[in-house]
Write a protein that binds this ligand. Structure first.
Ligand code: NAG
Ligand code: NAG
Ligand code: NAG
Ligand code: NAG
Length: 376
């Protein structure tokens, strides 16, 4: 059992009901008979583990940085996907999906963390240095604000100048531009839609949601299957998670709804960090790209994942690895911290899905693990 208390069902219900009244006007065409169903958490014997590493990927699709501690922000880990590369002409986002070589672009931090150091594997003596937390004045003088496109939505970004872009354009053999997320909020969509999440939360440049959590236990299970198929083990970096946990039972994350992170070693533990789990992470073929070489394997681990990890009813033709989370609060996060999780019962999940289906204008792309709206 967990040694902290998740809210009891009655407590959840009253909070849910209050929140429901407060945000009621947001809905259009709300069915008359919407009832917030009972929420039953399930906790199991093995529901506590710990964080074994933290990774941030400052530039979308480029190589990340391993950290022993950092800050969890509402938009994700500090620095994570605050930048991306776009086509210089169209301002369309670029990723490993089209350009596997992007994984040979390295990111690092200088000693005091004030500068982001950008380089390219195999290109010696060339490092581009930019402020890791640029001020408004810096951005105003050194970048240009413009519309940029991520998937099918437009948002804004600060475009860097030639002195920064040159290295990337030469390496990728096309005109590209580095972009820092601009001030216009990029509100979470899909299962992170404010009407489902119960609050409006924004992201920088990840595909959809702020934080990806991966389990070493699940990776080990996948690697044992890859070994049976004569494939070398892969590292968790292939899946580009932010919070990596040891994990107890492989794939126990599949039904998570809520996680809590806290420092159990301290005598006066700080308020724990809490993340709502938004959905499972369905995968494309990016994990087939070896981050060290940018070589894409035609078949693995994709084929093995497809053989047993197509578990999400909302996206039946893609395998799942990792869970997407949205932080409810902000604070320091570090390797070694206790990581606890809770799931909801199947029944509660089903009823919630039906309820929230009726609240959405458009059908979901992906079935949420459990959409837990109004739980603020
Ligand atoms: C613009 O960038 C240059 C080079 O990094 C820097 O010296 C200058 O201070 C920046 N401008 C502002 C207003 O910070
Ligand atoms: C090996 O890969 C094939 C698909 O290429 C898959 O059907 C099979 O289940 C895999 N073996 C194991 C042990 O996962
Ligand atoms: C892809 O993976 C298979 C299985 O491990 C291996 O036999 C093959 O050599 C790999 N191909 C490439 C291009 O790395
Ligand atoms: C809990 O995890 C340990 C390994 O970490 C395993 O030996 C044990 O069987 C698990 N217990 C349950 C109930 O799954």
């Amino acid at each position: 059992m967990l040694d902290f208390e998740y809210p009891t069902a009655p407590a959840v219900l009253s909070v849910a009901f209050l929140a429901f009244l407060l945000i009621l006007p947001v809905f259009k065409g709300l069915p008359k008979s919407v009832k917030i169903p009972r929420l039953n958490y399930i906790t199991k014997n093995n529901d506590t583990t710990e964080i074994v590493s933290l990774m941030v990927y400052p530039i979308k699709s480029c190589r990340g940085i391993k950290l022993s501690k950092t800050t969890l922000r509402s938009q994700g880990l500090d620095l994570d996907r605050r930048w991306m590369l776009v086509d210089a002409a169209t301002k369309q986002f670029l990723t490993i999906r089209q350009i596997p070589e992007m994984t040979l672009i390295n990111t690092g931090l200088n000693d005091d963390g004030e500068f982001l150091l950008l380089s390219v594997s195999g290109v010696k003596d060339r490092v581009v240095k930019i402020p890791s937390h640029p001020t408004e004045e810096w951005l105003k003088e050194n970048t240009t604000l413009a519309k940029v496109q991520v998937w099918d939505t437009l948002t804004d970004g600060h475009l860097y100048g030639d002195e920064v872009n040159e290295m990337f354009s030469e390496f990728l053999n096309r005109k590209v531009c580095l972009v820092y997320k601009g001030p216009t909020p990029r509100v979470m969509q899909g299962n992170g839609d404010p009407r489902i999440l119960g609050r409006t939360q924004t992201v920088n440049f990840p595909d959809v949601h702020p934080v990806l959590i991966g389990s070493e236990a699940s990776l080990a299970e996948l690697n044992s299957r890859l070994a049976e198929n004569g494939t070398k083990p892969i590292t968790i970096e292939r899946f580009r998670p932010n919070i990596i946990i040891r994990g107890n039972v492989p794939w126990s994350e599949d039904t998570w709804k809520l996680v809590r992170i806290g420092d159990s070693s301290s005598a006066t533990p700080a308020r724990p960090l809490v993340l709502d789990i938004i959905c499972r992470c369905t995968r494309c073929q990016v994990p087939n790209v070896d981050p060290n070489t940018a070589q894409k394997n035609k078949t693995q681990p994709w084929d093995t994942l497809m053989s047993y990890r197509r578990i999400d009813e909302g996206m039946k033709y893609k395998p799942v690895f990792g869970m997407m989370g949205a932080p409810r609060n902000e604070g320091e996060i570090a390797v070694g911290m206790k990581f606890e999780f809770a799931s909801l019962s199947e029944d509660a999940a089903e009823t919630l899905l039906e309820t929230f289906d009726s609240l959405l204008d458009a059908p979901r792309l992906q079935k949420p693990v459990v959409p837990l709206a109004f739980f603020i």
